[in-house]
Design a protein around this ligand. Structure first.
Ligand code: F6R
Ligand code: MG
Ligand code: MG
Length: 377
């Protein structure tokens, strides 16, 4: 059976700052989807990662189905109303437009989707990250799909020998989707040359070159490109199909032990290590660190299995300790150098005004013996 998985996320309000949505808000989204989605979807799963609610739907209506996008939009919209009634912080934060226009893309919430012929034992992973942006997935996806140091299947499993096709988006281009397709293993240097720039080039999807089937789908929304100003970090979601022609679950997870440094953290303006956390974790220290959760499922006839929380294992406690140390290390240098993002990525407009103001106060000191205003050679 051909099914579609739709995974969307939004911050529609949270408790005590940008910490977590709370059970009442989660309940509002679940109830809405159960009630209004009854005849539209096969199954659903609602969770949160930090202050973002993720809605996973399985259905048979294909990618970009307006009725599915509307269901998600309306669910977030009604939850935002509830958040306002509760007096939660940042109610409706990610809902940047007031009217639905056929597709949720460009309205604020992040979304990624995949349509495929269901395998008899269809297994996939759902990732959700908070206090970071879509480029956070660039390195782990690259390593899991092209590097035999991380993916032993690339040398052991003939069904993966042909490699993968990467679709990479230039997210700085706001007038339409600017994308490029590149193949591993032949073009891995080109892929790496783009993916090193997490703020500009973002993996949108990856397909198996053996079967042509979709393997990875990432939400590529950049909120500040929609709103033209800071409205919160993009907090991306991702789905990865696993096993068979795709990497094994453990191969996809392996790069997350690095705790690589990503953009985000406090005020979306810093650099911090990405910490793998249990599902439904909160945010804490310095509004961070940036976190990612991963939930594994099987899906059969569109029905989701019970979720398996893959970062809820003693191994990841050790990784979390290591990532905490990395977070403390970089925070020790406060605002200095690489601890904060570059000027273009700073998510608060205040600094732009401050710099403009300071700029006016600069003066060029006259050099003795040289006419004023001319630069000494
Ligand atoms: C980052 C984030 C938080 C807020 C910070 C200030 O993505 O959500 O770090 O930026 O708590 O919040 P505001 O600007 O809402 O006062
Ligand atoms: Mg928030
Ligand atoms: Mg968030």
């Amino acid at each position: 059976m051909k099914i579609t998985l739709t995974l969307a996320k939004a911050d529609v309000g949270s408790i005590g700052g940008h910490i977590k949505p709370g059970s009442r808000l989660m309940g509002a989204v679940s109830d809405f989807i159960a009630r209004e989605g009854k005849h539209l979807i096969k199954d659903s799963y609602i969770s949160h990662t930090g202050d973002d609610i993720a809605v996973l739907l399985s259905h048979v209506r294909g990618v970009s189905a307006p009725e599915i996008h509307k269901l998600v939009w309306d669910a977030f919209w009604s939850a935002a109303e509830d958040a306002r009634k509760q007096g939660l912080y940042g109610a409706g934060q990610d809902l940047l437009k007031s009217a639905f226009s056929g597709n949720i893309r460009g309205l604020g919430p992040g979304i990624c989707e995949m349509q495929f012929e269901e395998r008899p034992n269809e297994s996939f992973l759902m990732f959700a990250a908070d206090k970071t942006d879509p480029g956070a997935y660039n390195l782990p996806v690259y390593l899991a799909l092209v590097d035999p140091m991380y993916n032993s299947g690339l040398i052991l499993s003939p069904i993966m020998f042909k490699g993968f096709r990467f679709t990479i988006m230039d997210v700085s281009h706001t007038d339409g989707d600017r994308v490029i397709e590149l193949d591993s293993p032949e073009q891995i240097y080109d892929i790496a040359a783009l993916l090193r720039d997490n703020q500009r080039f973002v993996i949108e999807s990856v397909h198996s070159r053996t079967t042509g089937e979709p393997c990875v789908a990432v939400s590529t929304t950049r909120l500040h490109n929609i709103a033209g100003k800071y409205t919160g970090k993009d907090d991306p979601v991702m789905m990865v199909r696993v096993q068979g022609p795709f990497p094994a679950t453990g191969e996809v997870l392996q790069p997350f032990k690095i705790g690589h440094f990503v953009a985000g953290f406090m005020r979306g303006s810093h650099v911090g290590p990405l910490m793998p956390v249990k599902s439904n974790s909160t945010i804490s220290w310095f509004d961070g660190p940036p976190i990612v959760s991963c939930t594994a499922f099987c899906v059969h006839d569109g029905k989701l299995s019970e979720p398996a929380d893959v970062f809820d294992h003693p191994f990841w406690d050790y990784v979390r300790d290591k990532v905490s140390r990395k977070a403390i290390d970089i925070r020790e240098q406060g605002f200095s150098g690489c601890a904060m993002l570059g000027y273009d990525e700073l998510e608060y407009g205040g600094i732009v005004e401050k710099m403009a103001d300071l700029d006016k106060k600069f003066r060029v000191r006259p050099v003795k013996g040289k006419p004023r205003g001319r630069r000494a050679k």
